[in-house]
Ligand binder design. Structure first.
Ligand code: NAD
Ligand code: AKB
Length: 320
């Protein structure tokens, strides 16, 4: 069996920066090639290459140079940022996916990971316990690109026999990295305000319930999916994935247990309209059944862990 050499696109983003560390811990630092449109000035513990995912030739050259065997294609423009630049978002999200799929086909890459999102759903989708197979009709350019991407990866699997695996991530909450322009970003931002003792202006209404997942669970789900035997992967579009559901009022109440003086006020903007088209909770029974998915964190344990880690982070920053 050949040794895995993994190329990650969008590796400096909220998920990529944590996923690269996890992949390096599992496979060895030199086996994981981090790439991103942005250059990095931080000291990485392994190879990094600047890559615009729209540059198919450079992607091809990097795959050849490093003898890449797996691609984690994370580069994308997210829901809120995407509404400000719909054509660019379509181009990056769709052409970027095609470039990854085509290079993988030519180079006979073993496995590809493509993250989808709860953004594929809409106001026409059942909002509670949203089923795996249901009506989609997304309303953001980001959601449209992810829904189309899910169909394309299934097409490449059926037509070319390629092993492409995917998760519909909910909003991801992390202390290690900042979110990059999504509708669920408030659930990370709120912690940064709370630990610094600053009041928070929330861009969603108090009662807007959304599905969320804590980063350690997101990383574990991703690695578990990618390591599962091929015959266990029965969803070839994208697996529903769920961690927890809460509203801004509920996360505020949970944070207030740690910071009794913390204040929030609600100033909904265009992201409220996006959030209202997304489900409140997700039925992830296919993931549970096929590759034993089960989240470890709930609202209470995630909040506690976020606060411990962000307090440490700000303390270190203030000391440096
Ligand atoms: P992010 O916005 O934090 O990071 C995306 C990265 O892609 C950035 O580092 C950016 O520089 C890079 N990028 C943008 N355009 C590029 C281009 N042309 N070429 C190469 N790189 C480019 O996003 P994230 O939160 O880390 O999300 C990673 C993936 O997971 C995305 O595909 C996203 O749709 C998906 N996802 C994320 C969430 C979430 O809550 N974070 C939820 C669902 C799905
Ligand atoms: C966003 O809000 O755009 C992302 C997502 C759920 O895909 N966090």
């Amino acid at each position: 069996m050949r040794k895995d050499i993994i190329l990650v696109t969008g590796a400096l983003g909220q998920i990529g920066s944590v996923l690269v560390q996890a992949l390096r811990a599992a496979h060895g630092a030199s086996q994981v090639i981090a790439t991103d449109l942005r250059a990095t000035d931080s000291a990485l513990d392994g190879p990094f290459e600047q890559l615009d995912i729209l540059d198919a030739q450079r992607l091809h050259d990097l795959v050849k140079k490093y003898h890449v065997t797996q691609i984690y294609h994370l580069a994308a423009i997210l829901s809120a940022a995407g509404e400000g630049k719909p054509r660019r978002t379509w181009q990056v999200n769709m052409d970027g996916l095609f470039n990854s799929l085509e290079v993988a086909r030519e180079a006979q890459i073993d496995k590809i990971f493509f993250p989808s999102s709860i953004a594929v759903f809409s106001h026409l989708t059942p909002s509670r316990q949203t089923p795996q197979y249901t009506v989609l009709h997304p309303t953001t350019v980001y959601g449209i690109s992810k829904a189309a991407g899910e169909d394309w990866i299934q097409y490449y699997h059926q037509r070319y026999g390629m092993d492409i695996r995917s998760l519909r991530y909910p909003g991801i909450i992390s202390h290690q990295s900042d979110p990059g322009g999504g509708t669920t970003d408030y659930a990370v931002d709120i912690f940064h305000y709370a630990v610094r003792d600053i009041n928070y202006k929330c861009f969603l209404k108090a009662d807007t319930a959304l599905p969320m997942l804590y980063m350690p669970d997101a990383i574990r789900a991703t690695l578990q999916l990618m390591e599962a035997p091929t015959e266990q992967i029965r969803v070839r579009t994208s697996y529903n994935l769920h961690g927890m559901t809460f509203t801004p009022a509920e996360i505020y109440a949970e944070i207030k247990r740690h910071f009794p003086n913390f204040r929030i006020d609600y100033q909904p903007d265009f992201r409220q309209d996006i959030a209202e088209t997304w489900p409140a909770s997700i039925d992830d029974s296919y993931a549970r059944r096929d590759w034993n998915w089960s989240p470890a964190y709930n609202l209470e344990s995630m909040t506690q862990d976020m606060i411990i880690n962000l307090k440490k982070k700000y303390l270190t920053l203030s000391e440096s």
